[in-house]
Design a protein around this ligand. Sequence first.
Ligand SMILES: [Zn+2]
Ligand SMILES: [Zn+2]
Length: 218
Amino acid sequence: MATSRSKSDVANKIVSMFLHTLSKKVCAEFGLTVGDQAYTEHVSSVFKDKCIYCQDLLEKDKLAVEHLDGMNRMRAGLHIPGNVAVSCRKCNSEKRRDDQAKDLIHPGSGWMSFLSHDETRCKTTCKTCAFWAGKFPESQSRVEYLFMIRTRISGFRDRYKSVISWNMENKDVIRNQSEKLYRLCQEFATKEIKDLADQVNVSLGSVYQATSRLKRSG
Ligand SMILES: [Zn+2]
Ligand SMILES: [Zn+2]
């Protein structure tokens, strides 16, 4: 169990490396960058240095670089302008439920789904609905708040329409490539781990030999 968990962690990490490499290629092609001053300034002017989701003030040790469309094999988001912003750690971790769902809980993409848990759409109250209800106890203002934030983020992304559209239009391709890489990593790890473990002599005899050697030397 622990081995299969760590194998998928490794495979997810490799998929993330693939998505970063692809992002660099896409940015170069579109002549864009996320690392420059202009982009940082635009992000902070739109979101006023607050969490893009819950609008809490961002404390230095409690913020996370946030990919609106998650950079994983489910959401196929990229490290490109319009997809990179800053959120609080709490929202970043709450959003993972939507980011990692094989089929999106609510339509759109990871960030839209995360911002649609207003208790009017989920069949039974889910953890994300409970999270937003904790932030905004009054239901009408919660619905309005989440709608306002979705609109603001859409507006922010509009400025980078060309590259964001490219990402959207190529989601299936990116997703397929990521799935393929994920599967290859898992297969490679399973086979190599077994083969290498098989090569280690773990017969009882060799253990006895080792202990008696230890006794002799001690
Ligand atoms: Zn937040
Ligand atoms: Zn919900």
